[in-house]
Design a protein around this ligand. Structure first.
Ligand SMILES: Cc1cc2nc3c(=O)[nH]c(=O)nc-3n(C[C@H](O)[C@H](O)[C@H](O)COP(=O)(O)OP(=O)(O)OC[C@H]3O[C@@H](n4cnc5c(N)ncnc54)[C@H](O)[C@@H]3O)c2cc1C
Length: 458
């Protein structure tokens, strides 16, 4: 193991975290648009806004910007709990220590888009929504709205997956083996755990049911394998998957076989039942043979426990109709208006359309949603264009699978809206070499990431 380089990585990780912490607005800063000046009194009425967007992530930032582009006089407020934006897309590249990628690559300040696009932002956590009174309760006070857009992303469902875990154990696991599907400290912890690790195995668990960015655990496996190889860390990346399903499966399996056959082990039908974070062991039931289900316990050096996902609790607060599984928002046909309340819209991972939960989809949806709202406020009717009824490659999602040379695979989804909901159909193309992966796709991935960050922040 090359200790000098790894010690440098450790030091680097600490300094970038410190830098990232400093980027956000200071509470005591002089009043500016970027740094809200609301007093921390959760019962005071903070004001009324024509359009309030909950969530300053991929969906929320896109919607707010697109609304202001449609009409600069629209009064738009985003409520976002974090002071600094951090991206989930490209975060696996941080774990793989790809050239030039550090926490700064993933981190952005909100001051820039607020100044550029003219919407307002309240940094507070939404704690309740009174739909009848059109009031949003936050940790800093109450905000009234005329139109509400929900883009709060996902939450984790440890409670239902691990019924015998109490809150203390869940919190402990979140600290030492974070899922890193929600941006922020979880990625920082996982990165630190990898930088600090000794020889041994890394275990990644795949959630059941719908979850954010289905290729993410598998891309992460490749990036961690690349990192371990680069740092001469002896050990494997073991993926515990409760099914056999892998998003972009053929493409991932091909690259794992070609590049990391001695490193990555994908174990199908393995359902996690418990974790002992002190002994650093994980227990799962191997269900490959229905007649002979075996409980197995293995040791890990680093654990990335990704639990089952559900919609952010903000969705339940709004009291609108949701699906039973995951709690996705039931939509009003092929629109971004909710079925329950014509004054509430939804975008991003919580949307109840049959389209993939990705940042690119959230960006596409945010623009459609803003169109819908702008037309309504301008007294015009609006539907997605029925003539074409298709958006080609509305979603493109890359996954880096190798670091030397840097190579990626990708999937595109065409969206259609001829039925009850908007649907996506995926296609995973091969490169001219006959393989799924290519250096060209890796470059396209970096270009995509830089492009979407520009779209959100400038
Ligand atoms: C490892 C990984 C890799 C990924 N790679 C890609 C990729 O390559 N391409 C791609 O297109 N997508 C990718 N994704 C998926 C992408 O990150 C999500 O689909 C996207 O972020 C969804 O946007 P959203 O607006 O629904 O949620 P988010 O972007 O998560 O935004 C939600 C926001 O709401 C805020 N919020 C939540 N609750 C509250 C509250 N109570 N009060 C106030 N604010 C609140 C959150 O702080 C957050 O800022 C990846 C995801 C992961 C985890």
């Amino acid at each position: 193991m090359s200790l000098n380089r790894r010690n440098l990585l450790k030091f680097g990780a600490i300094s970038v975290v410190a830098a990232a912490t400093l980027v956000g607005c200071k509470k005591e800063a002089a009043p500016t648009k970027a740094c809200d000046t609301y007093k921390a009194d959760s019962s005071s009425i903070l004001g009324k806004h024509k359009i309030v967007v909950i969530g300053g992530g991929f969906g929320g930032l896109t919607t707010a910007k697109a609304l202001k582009k449609k009409d600069k006089n629209f009064d738009v407020l985003i409520i976002e709990k974090n002071e600094t934006f951090m991206s989930c897309p490209f975060s696996n590249a941080l774990l793989g220590k790809l050239d030039g990628v550090n926490l700064g690559t993933l981190t952005h300040d909100y001051a820039q888009p607020i100044e550029a696009h003219g919407y307002d932002m309240l940094h507070a956590e939404v704690t309740n929504i009174d739909r009848a009174a059109k009031k949003i309760y936050t940790t800093k006070g109450v905000v009234e709205y005329e139109i509400l857009v929900l883009s709060p992303g996902i939450g984790y469902d440890y409670e239902n997956q691990f019924k015998n875990w109490d809150t203390k154990k869940i919190k402990h696991i979140q600290r030492v083996a974070p899922a890193a599907l929600i941006s922020g400290k979880e990625h920082v912890i996982l990165d630190r755990n990898l930088v600090d690790m000794d020889d041994g195995d890394v275990v990644i668990t795949v959630p059941s049911g719908k979850y954010r960015c289905p290729p993410a655990p598998f891309e992460r496996a490749a990036m961690i394998a690349a990192y371990m190889k680069k740092e001469d860390i002896e050990g494997k990346v073991i993926i515990l998957n409760p099914s056999e399903s892998i998003a972009k499966g053929a493409a991932f399996k091909e690259s794992w076989k070609d590049l990391f056959s001695d490193r990555i082990e994908h174990r199908e039908y393995c359902v996690v039942t418990d974790v002992d974070p002190i002994a650093k062991t994980i227990t799962y039931s191997d269900e490959n043979d229905d007649d002979n289900i075996i409980s197995k316990t293995i040791k890990y050096e680093v654990l990335n426990l990704i639990p089952n996902n559900k919609a952010s609790s903000v969705i339940a607060m709004s009291g609108i109709e949701t699906t039973t599984a995951f709690g996705k928002v039931v939509m009003n046909g092929c629109s971004f208006q909710t079925k329950t309340d014509p004054d509430i819209y939804a975008v991003g991972d919580v949307v109840g359309h049959a389209i993939p939960p990705s940042g690119q989809t959230a960006n596409w949806a945010g623009k459609q949603c803003a169109d819908e709202i702008a037309n309504r406020l301008h007294g015009k009717s609006y539907t997605l264009p029925v003539k074409t009824a298709t958006a080609k490659a509305a979603n493109v999602c890359y996954s880096t699978v190798g670091d030397n040379p840097e190579e990626a695979i990708f999937v595109t989804h065409d969206f259609t809206w001829t039925g009850r909901v908007i649907k996506g159909k995926g296609h995973v193309p091969k490169a001219p070499s006959g393989k799924f992966r290519s250096a060209l796709s890796a470059k396209a991935n970096r270009d995509w990431y830089n492009g979407i960050m520009r779209d959100l922040f400038t």
